[in-house]
Ligand binder design. Structure first.
Ligand code: SAH
Ligand code: SF4
Ligand code: F3S
Length: 446
């Protein structure tokens, strides 16, 4: 049997796409392998978001070239596919830079992967034109699914933040229909999923076709999904502050299956920088939005993304980001040094912040965010939390799962608990995970 190695380098949608490509290759007779040396097809699902992410691809392609030559000497054929957002952004330039690559395929075209592989027998192929058809209509159905699975409901972005490549690599905002999503969700649940995270670059701008083709917003989609028996938990990511509508905020207080966790990127605490980033909201508007969310759901865990060292960011403006973080308090967050991306407006600016200053700011911000994360994790100790068990744990007899606040928990239980929600008393908070004991006496009050 032929083997395929598929690797994801990017965001949750990139990981989801990688999964769908594995399923497609499986339907063509390729078994999935974790070992690149034995793969007949190697797919790198690339990310273009920061320079480092894109650079990784070329160093990996260098290694693959050596591997491909070695396999060819042993009479084995190897096809190398570059998929994802670098493929979309660089297209045929990749063929020029990396002689070992056979196929370049964009994030909206990977449903044609089997055909592209066949064509690549006689020539190297590039497929990055946005297609008219919907890739989801041409992808095979998955039979097994992780307990906690992703489901793409919306793709692309019309926001054009000054630093970001996503509107160029993923294209314009498109929402899938409620029926298509329900259909996939039911299949995932049949395959073992008990939690679904609805994903989209701007998921809270969701406006897919509902009954009679009338567009519906995210809360209506969440309510439709909630009615699927055996689907215990729902989450959604990533949201933009400007699309955080009142009914979506209210849904956090009304829908039991919707978990108390919100990833809401703010990028900066300075209104001047936010304007330069084309984020179209002020730092106080973000604060007020968080207040409204907390009024509806006081225990919600908040998460965000930050960029430090955007061109022109002053020390005072960076301090405004620190102040915002200190005031709000985040359960978790991602923070990055600004990385200029070709083709984006911010990359044209001539007021770059020196690398050393960016590093200093990132270290300061991350130490504050780390302290907040540790405090949040520690606050769970002594409480009983509902854990959705996802898999076997690190040690025999242990299982691992997540709390409603998305904190990983390890505890002793038989693997039969996988896919169920177990009340667990948290006894200790490690740096990456909580440790606890299953509550069996029914006295599960926190
Ligand atoms: N709305 C998107 C954001 C994708 S990018 C989503 O669905 O997640 C994820 C994060 O990467 C952004 O929120 C931003 O903080 C960061 N990012 C994007 N472009 C960047 C750049 N040029 N340099 C540094 N960080 C960047
Ligand atoms: Fe990028 Fe901004 Fe769109 Fe998010 S909202 S994907 S950061 S352009
Ligand atoms: Fe990267 Fe593309 Fe996701 S650039 S972050 S893989 S949308």
């Amino acid at each position: 049997m032929k083997k395929a190695f598929v690797k994801s380098y990017g965001c949750q949608m990139n990981a989801y796409d990688a999964g769908r490509m594995s399923d497609l290759l499986a339907s063509q007779g390729y078994a999935a392998t974790e070992s690149v040396e034995e793969a007949d097809v190697v797919v790198l699902n690339t990310c273009h978001i920061r320079e480092k992410a894109a650079d990784k691809v070329y160093s990996e392609l260098g290694r693959l070239r050596v591997l491909k030559t070695a396999r060819a000497e042993a009479g084995l054929d190897t096809r190398i596919v570059v998929a994802g957002c670098v493929a979309q952004a660089e297209g045929k330039e990749i063929l020029a830079r990396a002689p070992s690559v056979d196929v370049v395929v964009g994030p909206q075209n990977y449903h044609r992967l089997a055909d592209l592989l066949t064509r690549s027998a006689s020539m190297r192929v590039v497929d990055t034109e946005f297609p008219v058809e919907d890739k989801f209509d041409h992808l095979p159905i998955r039979r097994t699914a992780a307990v906690s699975s992703f489901l793409t409901v919306q793709e692309g972005c019309d926001k054009f933040c000054a630093f970001c490549v996503v509107p160029y690599t993923r294209g314009a905002e498109v929402s899938r229909s409620v029926d298509a999503i329900l259909d996939e969700a039911r299949k995932l649940v049949r395959g073992g999923a008990r939690e679904l995270t609805l994903i989209g670059q701007n998921v809270n701008a969701y406006h897919g076709a509902g009954a009679g083709g009338v567009p519906v917003a995210l809360p209506a989609l969440i309510r439709a999904l909630e009615s699927i028996p055996e689907l215990l938990r729902l989450r959604y990511t990533t949201s933009h502050p400007n699309d955080m509508a009142e009914d979506l905020i209210r849904a956090h207080g009304e829908i039991a299956a919707l978990m108390p966790y919100l990833h809401l990127p703010v990028q900066s605490g300075s209104t001047r920088v936010l304007q330069a980033m084309n984020r179209k909201h002020t730092s106080d508007e973000y604060r007020r939005l968080i207040e409204r969310v907390r009024r509806v759901r006081p225990d919600i865990a908040l998460s965000s993304d930050f960029i430090v060292g955007f061109p022109g960011e002053t020390d005072v403006e960076f301090e405004e980001t620190m102040r915002l973080v200190a005031e709000i308090g985040f359960a978790s967050a991602y923070s990055f040094k600004y990385s200029p991306r070709p083709g984006t407006p911010a990359a044209e600016r001539d007021d770059a912040v020196p690398e050393a200053v960016k590093s200093e700011r990132l270290a300061a911000l991350q130490s504050l965010l780390d302290a907040q994360r540790h405090a949040f994790n520690a606050s769970a100790v002594g409480h009983v939390v509902e854990v959705l068990v996802e898999k076997a744990g690190r040690h025999p007899g242990q299982v691992a799962g997540k709390t409603p606040h998305l904190l990983p928990v390890q505890f002793d239980a038989p693997t039969a608990a996988i896919g169920t929600v177990v009340p667990v008393r948290v006894v200790r908070a490690g740096s990456n995970s909580l440790f606890g004991e299953a509550v069996t006496d029914g006295a599960a009050a926190a």
